[in-house]
Design a protein around this ligand. Structure first.
Ligand code: PEP
Ligand code: MG
Length: 613
């Protein structure tokens, strides 16, 4: 059964559909997450239509079915709670119109007749939760509407509204029961700007940067994986723009400015002309920076610095080649596992890794093993029951990264085998995500060596010395235990994105706490310093591969702290190279000492902005 496509609560306003607002220019501010300017027609991405099958269950499956329903209710309540919070940033009329709707949905998910009857149907009629929801919603809505023509206009209107609310609640429950499938952006018109309530990292992996000119969403933060992907693809994007979808109903054209962090709906000719000028200026700047491609990344006092690219998808390889990066410093392999029904097997993974290694033509590739985290949905893992339900606990603090791999050895061993087989094609390192203690690293190394022995027994030729096994330093625990971890690992890659999130207790992907996410907070800088010094004492390679590495304003500070290897989105390599070529290590070291004496993040930001003045 196909249920109609649902829309966001903001688009449910009934008065708005009768009186469309005249298209006047409107600027919405959000968070600029991917630089660049785009002008284009708006295309609003809706949730995919729901394909819901009807079905019955056995008597002994009733409890499990009631639990599935409870999980869907909890997820729905959580979503509504988040929507309610975001309403506070809308103009007052918007909030007054939409808030009662959300309250009505939330009420229906509580001790309502709807929920009571759905549970009864599951228990007595032995039907699936989906069937119970569909049947009860339709029965209630029909009872609410009564026979056509039997009522006065105003009463009919109010009953229609109630029936719509019941149906919308049902749609939300169903979406959460079937865990809606991944989206398809194939029908987005060429050159359009994609508007959406939110985009998941797996959605971002489906974006074709040659087709979609820009992106704007209501949810999301600058350090989330969706933002990281959009930067990697070079698509201008703004996230956290409240009121976007409501505004888009009366607008056709938009300008997205990913640098300024604003979206202009129905732009005036003057605004479009300014945006065109901005696009031309950016193209000239890109042209100028591309001349740096062949120049070495070396400071004015001749210290060589390694500048590598992060990689998520093979589609980024041409951008990496154009950037002048010397290899891949972080290959986030989780994107290989997304948007597919089944998990990639050893052969499929080895083929992909080999393609990347061969494309790098002798430059190193650091392959990070699967870092599943709450934000990064992977349907194929969920379908096999390999990942925990992120509703039960805080997903950022649960079974993610290496913790998951150590619990599902087949997953881990398959990936390690694929990397080892591909490593015959060129220089490779293996990187472990979300490490917090030495026991995990020892366990991972044991498994790694066991997999290598097994492959050799199978007759596979592997290099005498296995590729190095390094760890991400992305939790405060790992950073503060870096001296002990340095004895177990072959290299460190400092993941400043998670490190800042965990150190400051700020969700990196959330728009509402985005201003608190500050990698220049002294706590974050001290963790970076501590981990870097632990590595340097043992002369062990250490790099930064979080988003801090991509910001040329931070290059002198990181060089001054001892970092000589950076990995970032390909588009940022030329600017960071320019920064490296303009400084001396002596000046950077002096500057870092000065910064590390500060306790006020604002003062640090001020110093960073004035480096070299
Ligand atoms: C990090 O946490 O800084 C990092 C590089 O890993 P990811 O962004 O993939 O979590
Ligand atoms: Mg991380």
């Amino acid at each position: 059964m196909v249920w109609p496509v649902s829309s966001s609560p903001a688009s449910m306003s009934r008065t708005e559909s009768r009186r469309p607002a005249p298209p006047r220019e409107r600027r919405l501010s959000g968070i600029g997450v991917s630089a660049g300017i785009a002008i284009g027609p708006i295309f609003t991405a809706r949730e995919p239509a729901l394909e819901v099958a009807r079905g019955t269950i056995e008597a002994d499956a009733v409890d499990a079915e009631l639990q599935r329903l409870a999980a869907s209710v909890a997820r729905s309540q959580k979503q509504l709670g988040k929507l309610r919070v975001r309403l506070s940033v809308l103009p007052e009329e918007g909030e007054q119109e939409i808030a009662p709707l959300i309250d009505a949905y939330a009420h229906m998910l509580g001790h309502s007749r709807l929920m009571r009857e759905v549970r009864r149907r599951i228990a007595e009629q032995r039907v699936t939760a989906e069937t119970a929801v569909m049947d009860e919603v339709e029965a209630l809505a029909a009872a609410m509407l009564g026979p056509a023509g039997a009522r006065r206009d105003d009463e009919a209107e109010s009953r229609q509204r109630r029936a719509d609310e019941i149906r919308e609640t049902g749609r939300r429950l169903l979406r959460n029961l079937v865990q809606a499938p991944f989206r398809n952006f194939a029908n987005v018109p060429q050159g359009a700007i994609l508007f959406a309530e939110m985009l998941r990292p797996s959605d971002a992996a489906l974006i074709d940067p040659g087709r979609i000119a820009g992106i704007a969403t209501e949810e999301g933060g600058v350090q989330g994986h969706t933002a990281i992907m959009l930067r990697a693809l070079g698509v201008p994007a703004v996230m956290g723009a409240a009121g976007l979808l409501a505004g888009a109903k009366s607008a056709r054209l938009a300008v997205v400015d990913g640098e300024a962090g604003c979206v202009t709906l129905s732009p005036l000719p003057r605004t479009v002309a300014d945006a065109k000028q901005g696009i031309a200026a950016l193209a000239r700047e890109r042209q100028r920076l591309s001349r740096l491609r062949r120049l070495p990344a070396i400071t004015t006092d001749q210290e060589p610095v390694e500048l590598q690219s992060n990689l998520e998808l093979l589609a980024e390889l041409p951008l990496v080649a154009a950037s002048g990066a010397s290899g891949i410093g972080l290959f986030r392999t989780e994107f290989l596992f997304m948007n597919r029904e089944t998990l990639p097997d050893e052969q499929a993974q080895a083929d992909t890794y080999r393609a990347v290694i061969e494309a790098m033509d002798g430059d190193g590739v650091t392959i990070r093993v699967l870092d599943w985290g709450g934000e990064k949905d992977i349907e194929a893992l969920a379908a096999r029951g390999l990942v925990p339900d992120t509703l039960d606990h805080n997903p950022a603090l649960g079974v993610r990264g290496l913790r998951l791999l150590l619990r599902h050895l087949d997953l881990f061993e398959t990936q390690l085998a694929a990397i080892l087989l591909a490593a015959r094609a060129g220089p490779v390192r293996v990187l472990l995500p979300m490490v917090t203690n030495v026991t995990e690293v020892r366990a991972a190394r044991e498994i790694y060596e066991r997999v290598a022995r097994r492959l050799r027994r199978r007759g596979e030729k592997l290099p005498e010395k296995l590729p190095e096994l390094g760890i991400m330093i992305e939790t405060p625990g790992a950073a503060l235990a870096a001296d002990a971890l340095a004895l177990e690992a072959d290299f460190f890659a400092i993941g400043t994105n998670d490190l800042a999130m965990y150190a400051l207790a700020v969700d990196r992907a959330a728009a509402d706490v985005a201003p608190l996410y500050d990698p220049l907070h002294p706590a974050v800088l001290r963790l970076i310093q501590f981990a870097t010094e632990a590595a340097l004492r043992l002369r062990m390679p250490v790099s930064v591969c979080g988003e801090m590495a991509a910001n040329p304003l931070l290059t002198p500070l990181l060089l001054g702290l001892g970092i000589r290897s950076f990995s970032m989105n390909a588009g940022s390599v030329p600017r960071v190279k320019q920064a490296v070529r303009g400084v001396s290590i002596d000046d950077c070291a002096r500057f870092a000492r000065r910064v590390m004496e500060q306790s006020d993040p604002e003062r640090i930001a001020e110093l960073v902005g004035k480096f070299g003045e």
